[in-house]
Write a new protein. Structure first.
Length: 299
């Protein structure tokens, strides 16, 4: 390989790298161009009475286990969501008395579960909900490991386990309906709508009633922002929320690595190939000069 051929090979490799990185930039540009307003839910924990109507409505809508809210004593201890219950209500004893908190998938604006999914089975819809496609899932469960809220759950009891979690009633949203839990809430503790409007309502409540709410809207900035927003009368660490997540979306932590993958896969092998060819050429020239004496020429 002479110098001209080496540079020609390098140019080809550069084009391949560009082709690999271009879809990433194109997808980012398209997402910025669309500017579609995401929807979400505002949860006002000061209004929740712990009736657990949201739990029942969710389970009935998705054909899951329907809890016996009158007799199961579920509020006596802190429990988590499961593959059978996508939303649950917990009771926390705080400095201001009992506080009831609904828990489900937070539907992050830049979900870690979606970024971790190798086959795009867990993905963010254009409307905002994060959903799961069983036809694409390969069962790696990276979504479970990556979620900062520990939400996706696997059906370990099944021979063909699915990943189960709240999808914000995406099927109902496409029909123009509200999520089942929002519709079932008897105290208006849940409000559904575009995040911009929900933020306006949340800020109005916080600043109009400073003695009633802490000056923090959970989900406004956590991990880059989430589809579910929360208001509280007490600090959020007292009612089971993680307050150590930061404001950086989790996919940002791996972005530089993912962009560098094409460079490693295409650039490094091409560079090593070029160096190998140049070394072989140098060795051949050295061998040729050893057999040629001064004043002699090979025929």
């Amino acid at each position: 390989m002479d110098r001209r051929q080496f540079f020609r090979t390098s140019a080809t490799v550069g084009a391949a790298i560009g082709a690999a990185v271009l879809p990433i930039k194109k997808a980012k540009a398209e997402a910025t161009k669309e500017n579609k307003e995401f929807i979400g839910v505002l949860v006002d924990t000061t209004r929740c009475i712990g009736c657990r109507s949201c739990e029942v409505a969710c389970s009935v809508t998705h054909d899951n286990y329907v809890p016996d809210v009158k007799n199961d004593n579920a509020l006596e201890k802190i429990h988590d969501t499961s593959d059978k219950q996508w939303t649950i209500v917990n009771r926390f004893k705080t400095e201001k008395g009992d506080v009831f908190v609904k828990r489900q998938c937070m539907h992050c604006w830049q979900p870690a579960c979606g970024a971790a999914c190798l086959v795009n089975a867990m993905y963010k819809t254009k409307e905002g909900p994060v959903t799961w496609d069983g036809d694409k899932c390969m069962g790696c469960r990276f979504c479970m490991i990556s979620c900062p809220f520990d939400i996706p759950k696997a059906e370990y009891h099944s021979w063909n386990p699915r990943i189960m979690k709240c999808n914000m009633c995406y099927e109902r949203l496409k029909e123009g309906k509200k999520p089942a839990c929002v519709e079932a809430c008897p105290t208006d503790a849940l409000m559904f709508g575009p995040k911009r409007e929900l933020m306006e309502v949340a800020r109005h409540r916080v600043y109009s009633h400073p003695d009633k709410y802490v000056r923090h809207i959970y989900g406004e900035h956590e991990v880059g922002g989430t589809g579910w927003l929360y208001l509280s009368a007490v600090p959020f660490n007292q009612i089971g929320f993680r307050t150590d997540l930061g404001t950086t979306p989790y996919p940002e932590y791996t972005k530089q690595f993912l962009v560098s993958v094409p460079l490693i896969l295409f650039g490094v092998p091409a560079l090593l190939l070029g160096l190998n060819e140049l070394t072989d050429r140098k060795n051949k020239l050295s061998e040729s000069s050893e057999w040629t004496k001064p004043g002699e020429e090979h025929e």
